[in-house]
Design a protein around this ligand. Structure first.
Ligand code: SAM
Length: 300
């Protein structure tokens, strides 16, 4: 009769079952994914991002029941645009927070919106774009600040467009429902005024009130593609998004933002982003706040 130890030794496989071993992202497949993501989303994945890419795609491979990245890359080649969207959704970095880099919201209240009110008296229209909005916190913060700053009467036509390449974050954003711990950076007064605390199934969550949600339109949009909107915008937030792009893509994007901004309008960038050209249309006027000083677009 074998001892329990022998029994174990006899029955145990020499190596773990293939399905329990996480596939490893090899050189060729990493190069392919870097290329596809770079060309289609503008996102630059440096050679040091291999582990990150492997980690972010592991779940997708499991969902597809695939054992190797070679099989997954073949699938991406054959499956077309739908899988490309899934691949890009998995790769994007969506870190965000309510009132992240709060100085931009202070600037919005103290001079960006007051100047727009002055400039747009005839049209009574204000347009703001959150480009690379992730799960919507940035856009809802803009809406809260605008609702607090704009005069109640006579009414203004305020619209906030919020876009992202990642269709998953856009659907989360459009729901406007957040776990309470994500609201720790929202003041008590704003929580009471602009959120509804959930109960029952939504206990532990809060929903953005309709008054705020109604100001924001969420859309999937790849910043590299043609943009359907004509502008002009009074303010564009594009924060912590251009850092993922290469320099030519950033420069082209800045030109396109300038084209859509009203003269005197503002562009807010993320804390590690900046505009170097002194000859272009943007002047640094605050911490990562740029004012468009020249250009052909008309306000109002
Ligand atoms: C780190 S989040 C920034 C969120 C927010 N703006 C903030 O600062 O908190 C960057 C976002 O850019 C989006 N993004 C990356 N490449 C993009 C592209 N080509 N077009 C549009 N959005 C893109 C990502 O999906 C991600 O949600």
């Amino acid at each position: 009769m074998p001892t329990p130890a022998n029994e174990f030794a006899t029955n145990a496989p020499a190596t773990p079952a293939a399905s329990t071993v996480a596939p490893v992202l090899g050189d060729k497949e990493f190069e392919f994914i870097r290329h596809v993501v770079g060309v289609n989303a503008g996102i630059v994945l440096g050679p040091n991002k291999r582990q990150l890419v492997q980690g972010r795609l592991a779940r997708r491979l499991r969902e597809l029941g695939m054992q190797s990245y070679a099989a997954y890359c073949d699938f991406v080649r054959e499956a077309g645009p739908e899988e490309l969207v899934r691949l890009i959704n998995a790769i994007t970095t969506n870190v965000t927070a309510f009132f992240r880099e709060k100085h931009h919201f202070d600037a919005l209240a103290s001079y960006m919106l007051p100047e727009a009110l002055e400039r747009n008296q005839a049209s009574r229209r204000i347009r703001i774009w959150s480009a690379g909005c992730s799960t919507g916190e940035e856009a809802y913060c803009i809406a809260m600040v605008a609702a607090e700053t704009l005069p109640a009467a006579p009414r203004w036509d305020l619209k906030i467009l919020a876009t992202d390449i990642d269709s998953n974050v856009i659907s989360t954003a459009a729901q406007g429902v957040y776990p309470l711990e994500r609201l720790s950076t929202v003041s008590e007064a704003r929580l009471r005024r602009w959120f509804l605390k959930g109960s029952g199934e939504l206990a532990g969550y809060a929903r953005v009130r309709a008054q705020i949600a109604g100001l924001v339109t969420f859309r999937s949009l790849n910043l590299l593609h043609p943009w359907p909107m004509r502008g002009p915008f009074d303010v564009i937030f594009c924060r912590n998004t251009m850092i993922y792009f290469n320099q030519p893509t950033r420069e082209r994007l800045l030109e396109r933002f300038a084209d859509l901004l009203v003269d005197g309008g503002y562009l807010c960038l993320g804390h590690s982003e900046s505009i170097h050209s002194a000859n272009g249309p943007f002047r640094l006027v605050g911490k990562t706040v740029y004012r468009k000083v020249t250009g052909g677009r008309d306000g109002g």
